[in-house]
Design a protein around this ligand. Structure first.
Ligand code: AMP
Length: 360
């Protein structure tokens, strides 16, 4: 069986690695060959609007999927005539636009921070009057890892925020004073079956995911998150893995964003769950039975951002699982790899996690 993966980053690489033991091959598409995915599987290079080249890839595949959220929907949607495209381009279109995404959450009864669209400087004034301060101004599209965002603490910050971001469609959101951030990773198969992983607790540094711990055990929040995520899955008759990130504020879930793909906060599932998110994504898009999603203990995942610690040090931590994405160039803010530890108890997990954090 062959899966065409548009985008060949670390997520694609881990999809391909999950496919090998099952006899599932991934063929990638990206701008450059020497990408994390291209190092572990065949790759076609081209621009993301090269319809002919993309069509050639789709014709050879049983199914088309993607590992990158900014794949142009206009490039993806026509491929559905040649092979099934999962997750559905309609879900990708919503996830690419923070305003459509929050509007969908609201329509489905999923709590969100208060938000308002901002196109003009006047809209920003009106949004701040209505929603209040502090808040965050974000670009509607192409934002990730805290990029394209400006915190607005007081009216004095308005000019700088507008100067930094104005000119493209924006969204203003009320600032949520959250206790913690969690995400739910779920997978829906072609026959509509759904499996959810235990909640993951996520710590960000400079807007980038730094540490995930799972399972985050809270029965009521788990139930609530599953209900919300199922509502999104059903709306699109979604196929594949979907991640939704929430704030926990006042003991309640507030949805921040969704990702229609495997997600960084689910990397712990490779060693910490019965079936990884990557394997379950492949199973789902190919119409195969889904695997169990239970945790195998207490896991923690640490991202290596900007710098990868020396292998001789990481591998000295007992039980550490290293994932080096094979990126040739280290840049500040760039995710180069991650490490996961899994332990029988949360206390033991914390002790191992401290050792992993000391490596950074
Ligand atoms: P995002 O790109 O929307 O995921 O934002 C990156 C990070 O910024 C989030 O994980 C939060 O830590 C923080 N953040 C984003 N939006 C809000 C908000 N409305 N209130 C509080 N913190 C936020």
């Amino acid at each position: 069986m062959k899966v065409a993966v548009i985008g060949a980053g670390q997520l694609g690489r881990m999809l391909a690695l999950a496919g090998y033991p099952l006899g599932i091959g991934c063929e990638f598409y990206d701008r450059a060959a020497d990408t994390p995915g291209g190092q572990v599987g065949p790759i076609v290079t081209g621009e993301f609007d090269d319809h002919e080249r993309l069509a050639g890839l789709a014709r050879r595949a049983d199914v088309v999927t993607f590992d990158w959220e900014n794949v142009p929907v206009e490039s993806l949607a026509p491929l559905a005539r040649l092979a099934p495209v999962y997750p559905q381009p309609a879900a990708l279109a919503v996830a690419q636009d923070r305003l459509l995404e929050k509007t969908l959450f609201r329509d489905l009864g999923i709590p969100t921070p208060p938000f308002a669209p901002v196109d003009l400087r006047l809209d920003l004034e009106a949004a701040v009057r209505r929603i209040g301060l502090p808040g965050i101004l974000k670009t509607r599209r192409f934002g990730y890892d805290g990029k394209g965002q400006a915190r607005i603490r007081s009216r004095a910050d308005l000019d700088a925020a507008w100067a930094a971001l104005g000119g493209v469609p924006l969204i203003y959101e009320g600032f949520v004073r959250f206790e913690c951030e969690v995400s739910l990773i779920a997978v829906r198969g072609r026959r509509g079956e759904v499996a959810c992983y235990p909640l993951t607790e996520n710590r960000h540094e400079h807007g980038i995911l730094a540490v995930s711990r799972a399972p985050y055990r809270h029965a009521a929040l788990q139930r609530g998150a599953e209900r919300y995520v199922r509502a999104v899955l059903e709306r699109f008759r979604y196929v594949g893995v979907l991640a939704v990130e929430f704030f926990v504020a006042g003991g309640r879930l507030v949805a921040n964003e969704m990702a229609p793909r495997v997600h960084n906060s689910g990397h712990w599932t490779i060693e910490g769950a019965e079936t990884s998110q990557f394997e379950n994504h492949l199973r789902a898009v190919l119409g195969l039975p889904l695997g169990p999603t239970a945790a195998r203990g207490h896991a923690a995942m640490v991202n290596f951002v900007g710098r990868l610690p020396a292998r001789v040090r990481t591998l000295a931590v007992p039980g550490l699982h290293l994932h080096d994405y094979g990126k040739r160039e280290a840049r500040p803010g760039r995710k180069l790899g991650h490490a996961t530890v899994v332990a029988a108890t949360a206390a033991r997990r914390e002790a191992l996690l401290r050792r992993v954090l000391a490596l950074r």
